[in-house]
Design a protein around this ligand. Structure first.
Ligand code: HEM
Ligand SMILES: Nc1nc2c(c(=O)[nH]1)N[C@H]1C(S)=C(S)[C@@H](COP(=O)(O)O)O[C@H]1N2
Ligand SMILES: [Mo]
Length: 402
């Protein structure tokens, strides 16, 4: 691309003509505004999907007053959060390729032409930093290297998402004229291929490079998506979780020991407390087992992108609240764990979930009493709900709103 001549320092001082700073330091003919635009388009789609699904996951966990999340279809959150993590992971090779396609610009001369150029470069710096931050923190989170993030992952990942998307929109606005020039749509006058895409002798063509980047993104997806798409389990060699490994054939997030609940959960005097408009009822494990039992097949869908189907047996939450005088058709219920600390020691069931006949306080998993790590003596399991809200080692169920 031909640059307009800069004012002032229009030629580079001779000290700054070495290494990557010398003229002609970058020789690849593959770099072009068209390649960069195509990669940018793919990244925009991936970041858009990530932002939408990420904000949705946040709203489900911290619903604002206007927000309403249904209990059906059972698999919806599995799809949205699966997409979040899959598009985020696929964005890693896309971002790498895009940075490769533009990084020689770092060494362009003059570094700043005018105020507009300075603002544009600053916004790109913010964009690159925020995009890298999102992909790296997301990856560390699903790999459970929490120790490498000595800050609140969720708050940081949430707010930097807005920074990334804001900077992305600015960047797109600044580059749109160029993109429209080099990405002509079919059928437009003068459309089609602006330049031949032939490979230099013995080299790679732009199309070949795009195909390689696409294949890498596809390989990353295949190598990880089996953590939620069961038929692809066998090829998912890089998936952080195998959804069939763990006690009773199910992964564990936060064991009983790590959560400090072993003594309370195995106490023979355990009783579940149920509180509602007509007061309090306390139920032993035998009392719970004597109530009508339901069998449901529902997935655990961790926010970290893995999910696994299982068969659960237990008591409907709406039957439990009926014991204390609540009509399960339109109440909200708070489910509290024996666990004393930690962000996931309680969760709220909104009316659509309390009403649903598959929302259970489960006593059994795959026909056996729950394993201690899966929430013994009893745990919540409800359809279309993030794993973090499927409270284990339940101590109390309280009706909190009429
Ligand atoms: C490799 C890429 C990524 C991975 C593996 C990843 C992973 C995750 C995970 C595990 C969560 C759930 C956090 C929780 O509820 O505890 C999450 C939430 C979220 N993600 Fe990502 N993410 C990635 C990229 C992105 C990108 C590119 C964006 C935005 C452009 C984004 C925006 C969000 C938002 C807004 C949330 C909700 C945070 C909250 O609940 O407050 N993520 N992500
Ligand atoms: N009390 C309590 N319940 C909890 C958690 C927890 O840390 N404490 N972790 C949640 C998370 S993040 C997930 S994904 C599921 C996992 O259930 P599992 O370990 O039985 O697979 O439990 C949820 N229930
Ligand atoms: Mo989870």
């Amino acid at each position: 691309m031909v640059r307009p001549p800069g004012r002032g320092l229009s030629t580079r001082p001779s000290r700054l003509r070495r290494g990557p700073l010398r003229a002609g330091a970058f020789t690849s003919t593959l770099r072009s505004p068209r390649l960069t635009s195509q990669l940018g388009l793919a990244l925009t789609v991936a970041f858009g999907v990530c932002l939408g699904t990420g904000l949705l996951s946040h709203a489900i966990q911290h619903p604002p007053a206007w927000f309403w999340w249904p209990a059906r279809p059972v698999w919806l959150y599995r799809v949205t959060q699966g997409l979040h993590v899959a598009t985020g992971l696929a964005a890693i090779p896309l971002l790498a390729a895009k940075l490769w396609s533009v990084y020689p610009r770092l060494f362009a001369w003059p570094p700043l032409r005018d105020l507009r150029h300075a603002v544009e470069r600053a916004s790109i710096l913010v964009l690159v930093a925020a995009a890298l931050f999102q992909l790296v923190t997301g990856l560390l989170n699903i790999a459970r290297w929490y120790a490498l993030m000595p800050f609140g992952f969720r708050a940081a990942h949430h707010w930097i998402a807005w920074v990334a998307v804001g900077a992305l929109l600015l960047h797109i606005a600044a580059k749109l004229p160029l993109v429209r020039d080099v990405l002509p749509r079919k059928g437009r006058a003068g459309g089609g291929e602006p330049a031949p895409d032939e490979a230099p002798p013995g080299g790679l063509s732009r199309r070949g490079l795009l195909a390689a980047v696409g294949a890498t993104a596809g390989a990353v997806t295949l190598a990880t998506v089996g953590q939620t798409v069961a038929p692809l389990r066998a090829v998912s060699v890089l998936a952080p979780r195998r959804p069939d490994l763990g006690p009773q054939g199910l992964p564990v997030n936060a064991s009983a020991a790590a959560s400090g609940v072993v003594a309370a959960a195995t106490d023979p005097a355990y009783q579940l407390m149920v509180e509602g408009p007509r007061g309090v009822v306390r139920l032993s494990l035998a009392d719970l087992a004597a109530l009508p039992q339901r069998v449901v097949s529902l997935p655990i869908t961790c926010v970290e992108g893995w999910s696994a189907d299982a068969v659960w047996t237990g008591v409907r939450v709406r039957d439990l609240v009926a014991l204390v005088g609540a009509d399960g058709r339109d109440v909200a219920v708070r489910v509290e764990s024996l666990q004393r600390t930690g962000a996931y020691r309680a969760s709220v069931l909104a009316p659509p979930h309390v009403r649903d006949g598959e929302t259970l306080l489960a006593l059994r998993l795959r026909g056996e009493p729950l394993h201690l790590d899966h929430g013994y003596p009893c745990r919540l399991i409800a359809p279309n709900r993030p794993g973090v809200l499927q409270t284990k080692w339940v101590a109390a169920v309280r009706v909190i709103a009429p």
